[in-house]
Ligand binder design. Structure first.
Ligand code: HEC
Length: 86
């Protein structure tokens, strides 16, 4: 009984964790598709290959230029950008 409960609880825990990660990634993609395709095509973003620090620097440069990414969205955007690395 205790074992079933433990398995159940960790199962729920992993589902929440996993869907959270997937959600952040999907949300990031939606923001990027919208905010990063105005001045140049989205291809410029998708074809770039950068490490986490480079993406951070690039994102901040784009925000200075006028990309519509609020501080609350920044994390989700960076998470998504880091999935583009080859
Ligand atoms: C206000 C216009 C504008 C918006 C919005 C914008 N960019 Fe840019 N982007 C530029 C310009 C201009 C360049 C070329 C000059 C440069 O690299 O600074 C560029 C170049 C780039 C490059 C190629 C240069 C490099 O460093 O690899 C990438 C990648 C990039 N942008 C990503 C993004 C992302 C991600 C977003 C969304 C958060 C975004 N851009 C939104 C204007 C914009």
């Amino acid at each position: 009984m205790m074992r079933t409960l433990t398995v159940l609880i960790s199962g729920i825990f992993f589902c929440v964790l996993f869907s959270g990660a997937v959600f952040a990634q999907l949300a990031g993609k939606a923001i990027v598709d919208n905010a990063c395709s105005k001045c140049h095509g989205i291809k410029k973003v998708e074809s770039a290959s950068k490490n986490a620090a480079e993406w951070e620097a690039t994102l901040d440069r784009m925000i200075k230029k006028g990309a519509n990414v609020t501080p609350e969205k920044r994390d989700a955007v960076l998470k998504y950008l880091n999935t583009l690395n080859k």
